[in-house]
Ligand binder design. Structure first.
Ligand SMILES: [Zn+2]
Length: 279
């Protein structure tokens, strides 16, 4: 578990004296303080869960629990988060798209007191989408919400705009979480074609001076996170969710080189396991 907490505050208060290298040192420092985790409140956090080659995040704000994607097989990765799924509170599940590495763990998640599932309309055409519809027809306690551009409390959904007829990846839900001076931009597996197109929409949704965290699209694929996009978003930190020795070679060296060139610090689940951002 890697915890990102004070880094945000330091950057916000004294941007000019912190360079990429010192941020890395801080990250390494925190990664060694495993015992701190026990003393930090479980509330108000975003955790990028290390589900191997895939994507899954747990957001806990106040009493609200939100899950974004499920990874392909999240059972082991979630074993330490049983408290998050306590019987007392329901959680809301956002599925960016129907690929297995993002939604394959749905049957496990649906057993975890999920009240609402948020998807695109295109999701229903996928195998997993069909499974969800069958499940919901027999489970009156779970509801599916089809979403496009909309707001849900502190979450802005900025993509897709209309019924999406592009490929699966380019119809991913594009979301921004704004909470307590932090903005987390999470865009499923969108390619550069769409990212470049929505860069201004993203910026318009981010309050000025917020600490910007970009979860790189498509596990750091070279077809996402163009230099132009990275320059326009100008994130304070990037996170990458990818599996060790994955066959796609994510994250791509080209993308990591872009980040290094632009002096944008990054953390990967490959090297750090779960990444916890205190909000
Ligand atoms: Zn993916």
């Amino acid at each position: 578990m890697l915890i990102v907490s004070l880094i945000k505050n330091l950057l916000l208060t004294n941007k000019s004296v912190l360079f990429t290298t010192s941020i890395f040192i801080l990250i390494m420092f925190f990664s060694n303080l495993e015992n701190i985790r026990m003393n930090i409140s479980e509330t108000n956090s975003y955790v990028q869960v290390d589900v191997g080659q895939g994507d899954m995040a747990l957001i806990n704000i106040g009493d609200e629990k939100i899950v974004i994607d499920t990874g392909k097989d999240p059972i082991t990765a979630l074993s330490k988060y049983q408290k998050f799924f306590s019987r007392r509170t329901t959680s809301k599940l956002f599925l960016t798209h129907g690929d297995e590495d993002h939604a394959g763990g749905i049957s496990y998640l649906l057993k975890k007191n999920v009240s609402d599932v948020f998807t695109t309309t295109q999701f229903n055409d996928s195998e997993i989408g069909k499974f969800l519809q069958d499940y919901i027809s027999e489970s009156p306690t779970t509801k599916q919400n089809l979403v496009q551009k909309s707001e849900y409390k502190y979450i802005s959904i900025i993509w897709p705009e209309d019924d999406c007829y592009l490929d699966n990846n380019d119809c991913s839900l594009g979301m921004i979480i704004n909470y307590n001076k932090t903005s987390i931009i999470t865009l499923g597996d969108l390619s550069s074609n769409i990212e470049d197109k929505i860069a201004n929409l993203i910026l318009a949704k981010i309050p000025k001076n917020n600490f910007k965290i970009l979860k790189l699209s498509h596990h750091g694929s070279k077809n996402s996170s163009s230099e132009k996009f990275l320059r326009s978003i100008s994130p304070n930190l990037c996170i990458v969710s990818a599996g060790l020795n994955n066959i796609y070679k994510h994250p791509s060296d080209q993308v990591l080189e872009r980040l290094i060139k632009l002096e944008i610090p990054f953390i990967t689940t490959v090297n750090s396991g779960d990444i916890k951002i205190m909000l």
